[in-house]
Write a new protein. Structure first.
Length: 128
């Protein structure tokens, strides 16, 4: 059964990678490929998959948030924290901020951040 699941994941990853060769800016294919690569702990490859869609849509904070998660899970803690901070300054959307705090805690990044307040232009964080 495990071989079948791995085979299906490999097949799905190949399909998403083929789609990205046709349309490198496809955020849906990049997101799905990234999750499959993360499941295999292929974090460097996952970052590479996200770059072109992020470059094409720099306001897509879902992709940027996913990149922060990949960086943290891959052990690039300083870079992941910097990415999370950059995103938190660029958007006030609660779901983005909550997910970033969760990613930081889940990665045991040596800190936990909780959105403390939002004054309309800047997010403040509490350091635990």
């Amino acid at each position: 059964m495990l071989d079948l699941a791995e085979s299906l994941q490999t097949e799905a990853l190949c399909a998403f990678q083929n789609e990205l060769q046709i349309n490198p800016q496809d955020s849906r294919a990049a997101t799905q490929a990234t999750y499959l690569l993360m499941n295999q702990k292929l974090y460097v490859e996952a970052i590479d998959v996200l770059q072109k869609p992020i470059d094409a849509a720099p306001e897509n904070y879902d992709l940027q948030r996913l990149r922060a998660n990949v960086l943290l899970r891959g052990g690039n803690t300083a870079e992941g924290i910097a990415e999370a901070e950059r995103i938190s300054k660029a958007t006030s959307q609660a779901s983005h901020l909550t997910n970033l705090a969760y990613y930081l805690a889940e990665a045991n990044a040596g800190l936990i951040r909780y959105p403390a307040r939002h004054d309309g232009s800047q997010v403040s964080w509490l350091w635990a």
